[in-house]
Ligand binder design. Structure first.
Ligand code: HEC
Length: 297
C-alpha cells in the first residue's frame, strides 16, 4: 500500500517536472467532475414536477396549407370566389358574426356591380335621423352604410350564443395564426371527439381550435346555399369561398398592392439595367486608356 502511494507520488513529481502528462490528468478530472455536476443537475430536474410540456390540444392542430389562388405572387384574389363567399357569409355567418369594417360600397367592382350593391344595401333597413321632429326613422340602406350587425351589443351576442362571443370577422384572417388555412381548417374540421376527450355541454369538438372545444357548432353542410353560377355547394367549396371572401375583407388592398409591386419591380429593374449600361459607357474611355511612361533617355 505504502509503496504504491510512494510510487505514485514519485510519478507525480516526475510528471510535474515534465509538465505535459499532468495537464492531461487535470483535464480528465475536470471532465469527470463536470459530467458529475451535469448528471446530478439532470437527475434533479427529472425529479422536479415540471409542468412545461407541449400539448397539441392547447395549441390547436396545425392547419394544412391550402393552395390559395391569391397566395401566388402574381395572382389577384379569385373574384368569383369572393362573390360566392359573400353569399355564404350573408346566408350563414352573418346570423352570428358582424363584419364591421366592410361597407356595401367596398363590394363595388370587387364582387358586384354598382347596381347590384345598391339593390343589396336597400334590402336592409337602417336607423337614421333625427328628422325635423327629432324622431329617429328607418330608411333603406345605401352603399355608404356598413354591413348590418346581427346583435345590437356584445351582451346580446353572448346571450344568443351560450356565453361565447362570435368575433367580428373583418380581420379574422389576419388575426389568427395560419390565416386563411386556419379558417378553412376550422370550418371543415368538425369531427367526433376522440375517446377520452370530454367536451362540455354546449361546446363542439374541433381539433384546429386551440383547446379543442369551440362554442360555434359546425355550420356548413353540403348543399346549404345555392350558388347563382352553378358551382356545387359542397362543404369544402363553401368553406373555401367564404375564407377567400374573409381574406379579401381583411386585406382589400391586396390586388392593388401586388399590381403596384409589379410596376415598381419592372420600373426599378429597367432603371438598374440602364444605370449599369450608362456607367460602363461613361467609364469606357477611362477603363480602356493606356498610360505609358517614357523614361528620359
Ligand atoms: C350560430 C352562430 C354562428 C354562426 C352561424 C357562425 N358562427 Fe362562427 N362563431 C360563433 C361563436 C359563438 C364563436 C366563438 C367560439 C368560441 O369562442 O368558442 C365563433 C367563432 C368563429 C371564429 C373564430 C375562431 C377562433 O379562432 O377564435 C371564426 C373564424 C368563425 N366563427 C367563422 C365563422 C364562419 C366563416 C361562419 C359562416 C360560415 C360562422 N363562423 C358561422 C358562432 C357562429
Amino acid at each position: 500500500m505504502f509503496s504504491r502511494v510512494a510510487h505514485q507520488t514519485a510519478r507525480r513529481s516526475m510528471q510535474r517536472s515534465f509538465g505535459q502528462p499532468l495537464a492531461a490528468e487535470n483535464s480528465k478530472q475536470i471532465a469527470l467532475v463536470s459530467a458529475g455536476i451535469v448528471g446530478a443537475a439532470g437527475f434533479g430536474y427529472m425529479l422536479t414536477n415540471n409542468t412545461l410540456s407541449a400539448n397539441m390540444a392547447d395549441e390547436g392542430l396545425h392547419p394544412p396549407s391550402h393552395p390559395w389562388y391569391h397566395k401566388d405572387p402574381l395572382h389577384t384574389f379569385d373574384h368569383a370566389a369572393i362573390r360566392r363567399g359573400y353569399q355564404v357569409y350573408r346566408e350563414v355567418c352573418s346570423a352570428c358574426h358582424s363584419l364591421d369594417r366592410i361597407a356595401w360600397r367596398n363590394l363595388i367592382d370587387v364582387s358586384h356591380s354598382e347596381d347590384e350593391v345598391k339593390a343589396l344595401a336597400e334590402e336592409v333597413e337602417y336607423e337614421d335621423g333625427p328628422d325635423d321632429e327629432g324622431e329617429m326613422f328607418q330608411r333603406p340602406g345605401k352603399p355608404s352604410d356598413y354591413m348590418p350587425k346581427p346583435y345590437p351589443n356584445e351582451e346580446a351576442a353572448r346571450a344568443g350564443n351560450a356565453g361565447a362571443l362570435p368575433p367580428d370577422l373583418s380581420l379574422i384572417v389576419k388575426a389568427r395564426h395560419g390565416g386563411a388555412d386556419y379558417v378553412f381548417a376550422l370550418l371543415t374540421g368538425y369531427v367526433d371527439a376522440p375517446a377520452g376527450v370530454e367536451v362540455r355541454e354546449g361546446l363542439n369538438y374541433n381539433p384546429y381550435f386551440p383547446g379543442g372545444a369551440i362554442a360555434m357548432a359546425r355550420v356548413l353542410f353540403d348543399g346549404l346555399v345555392e350558388y347563382e353560377d352553378g358551382t356545387p355547394a359542397t362543404t369544402s367549396q363553401m368553406a373555401r369561398d367564404v375564407t377567400t371572401f374573409l381574406a379579401w375583407a381583411a386585406e382589400p388592398e391586396h390586388d392593388d398592392r401586388k399590381k403596384m409591386g409589379m410596376k415598381a419591380t419592372i420600373i426599378l429593374s429597367t432603371l438598374t439595367l440602364l444605370t449599369v449600361y450608362i456607367k460602363r459607357f461613361k467609364w469606357a474611355p477611362l477603363k480602356t486608356r493606356k498610360i505609358v511612361y517614357n523614361p528620359p533617355k
